[in-house]
Design a protein around this ligand. Structure first.
Ligand code: PKZ
Ligand code: UBL
Length: 298
């Protein structure tokens, strides 16, 4: 090869990381893409590393500890400060069903912040096919449902209700059934409430505050910020039957919607931000900082 061409190529290769670094520092959309890609890569890498360790134990809810440990460092990398309110409401003697609003994959960060011992999420079946991520989820005892096959999903929920009592297992459900970045919550699916009634266990609602201040896929914005997780008082289901499920679903949704509305109003920007390990966070000095745009949309 021509030595001059080789020299140019080498220079190009050296300049590429520098250009990427500059772009990362100065282009919020590029930073957004990198951060989202890193989030997914982190999950795939940790699942690949930890699945063989989890496999030594076999499929067990105890492996949820590994999954949790793998996801907990993400908040430091992204500079997301997690504030948990009323976490003592999660300290119950027996199993229970947690219902939580679902805005984005980032909810995993909030979930691992508060998920109690012996608690597994219900997830869409598609996650099973994500290679080592699916394997890690299966090994951790995550319950999979096929949202397109209602009868099969109901059957899985019935089996989960017996397991909850026999194995002292709690379950985490996103009752909106899909991600919803909107300002209010979607209508709730009824599976979580049937599950609680069948197992005769309490429901503990959890509300994660909106991410608008630091995360917006539409605006390609992902900065540091504060996220509040609020645990609401448990709702008993002892003595309730399937006919009570629609009312139960509505009353829990109402309580969560009120908490979400209240949390949407409070301003997180006064809180101290954590400095992200992944580079620049929010430009808080600028009067036209991106956080201001987010705030004005509320
Ligand atoms: C080591 C490092 C690794 C890192 C690795 C990281 C990755 C770690 C990931 C983990 C994290 C996971 C997080 C994932 C997050 C999601 O995957 S979210 C998506 C999955 N979740 C859901 O879908 C929520 C649960 N879904 C449900 O509960 C739904 O009700 C069902 C069961 C699927 C049915 O859906 P549907 O038919 O669309 O909805 P719905 O209107 O509720 O029900 C229709 C009718 O069936 C009835 N019905 C519903 N359920 C029942 C039931 N159980 N019994 C009797 N009747 C029922 C209803 O009452 C209703 O009848 P009517 O009252 O109108 O007469
Ligand atoms: C052999 C195949 C290898 C494929 C490797 C693919 C790599 C995938 C990369 C990262 C996986 C990250 C998984 C994070 C799971 C987050 C949970 C989540 O948020 O699920 C979405 C679900 O709640 C609702 O889904 P929809 O909003 O209805 O959609």
């Amino acid at each position: 090869m021509d030595p001059l061409l080789l020299l140019l190529l080498l220079h190009g290769l050296l300049l590429l990381p520098l250009a990427a670094l500059l772009l990362y520092r100065h282009s919020p959309p590029f930073q957004f893409l990198c951060k989202v890609a890193f989030f997914n890569c982190w999950i795939v890498a940790l699942a690949t590393l930890l699945s063989p360790v989890a496999a030594l134990r076999g499929r067990s809810v105890e492996n949820m500890r590994l999954l949790r440990a793998a996801l907990l460092p993400l908040k430091h990398l992204y500079g997301i400060r997690m504030r948990v309110r009323d976490s003592e409401l999660l300290r119950l003697p027996g199993p229970f069903v947690i219902v939580c609003n679902h805005q984005a994959s980032l909810d995993l960060m909030g979930m691992v912040e508060v998920i109690p011992e012996r608690c597994v999420p219900i997830a869409k079946r598609e996650l099973l096919y994500l290679g080592t991520v699916g394997w890690a989820c299966w090994l951790s005892g995550i319950i999979f449902i096929d949202r397109c096959r209602r009868d099969a999903a109901i059957e899985v929920i019935a089996r989960t209700a017996s397991a909850m009592r026999q194995e002292n297992l709690s379950v985490w459900v996103f009752p909106e059934g899909t991600r919803n970045p909107g300002k209010s919550m979607l209508p709730f699916k009824r599976g979580a409430f049937h599950l609680a009634v069948q197992a005769q266990v309490p429901i503990v609602p959890i509300v994660i505050s909106p991410y608008w201040d630091f995360f917006s896929p539409e605006e390609k914005r992902f900065t540091s910020g504060t996220c509040t997780i609020r645990v609401l008082p448990r709702v008993e289901t002892l003595g309730l039957s399937p006919k009570d499920v629609p009312k139960l679903t509505e009353s829990v949704r109402q309580a969560m919607a009120e908490a979400l509305a209240e949390m949407s109003m409070s301003d997180h920007r006064d809180q101290d931000m954590e400095q992200p390990l992944l580079g620049p966070g929010e430009d808080r000095g600028s009067p036209q900082g991106q956080g201001d745009t987010a705030r004005s949309r509320k």
